[in-house]
Design a protein around this ligand. Sequence first.
Ligand code: SF4
Ligand code: SF4
Length: 145
Amino acid sequence: MEEPFYKDGLCFECQRCSGCCRFDPGYVFLSHTDLEKLASKLSLTEDEFLEKYCVKVDIGGSFRISLIEKENYDCIFWRDGGCAVYDVRPLQCRSYPFWAPYLESREAWDSVASSCPGINRGKLHTRQEIEEHLARRKMERLITI
Ligand code: SF4
Ligand code: SF4
């Protein structure tokens, strides 16, 4: 089998530009584990958390659950210059930018660099670390209704 282009690892270090938490419209889809951890962190039931912080997103035939965005497109948890739930932030946030579509090819990976200044900079992440992110995202199923 052909080796992935990231066999020697990939450099990424967040430059804290906040671009992936603010400014542009997008979704932060939650897994069942995310919901459980976030609700517990805020001492809410899962239903209370869903009511207060989430929105249902039609993905064509079914729905996913995303965190709400503010009117200016900032994530609902972007507060005082940072993530208010950082230690339990959703897997989607924790695993960025090691997402399957970006790891399909060098071109796909490099193309994300235009929107994330942390890509191809700083810390080297090994192939094993990268594949752990991929495996976790496969294992932690997103909530689908
Ligand atoms: S866009 Fe990249 S560098 Fe900016 S906050 Fe997000 S992960 Fe960090
Ligand atoms: S949950 Fe935190 S890390 Fe994820 S988008 Fe919102 S503010 Fe950013």
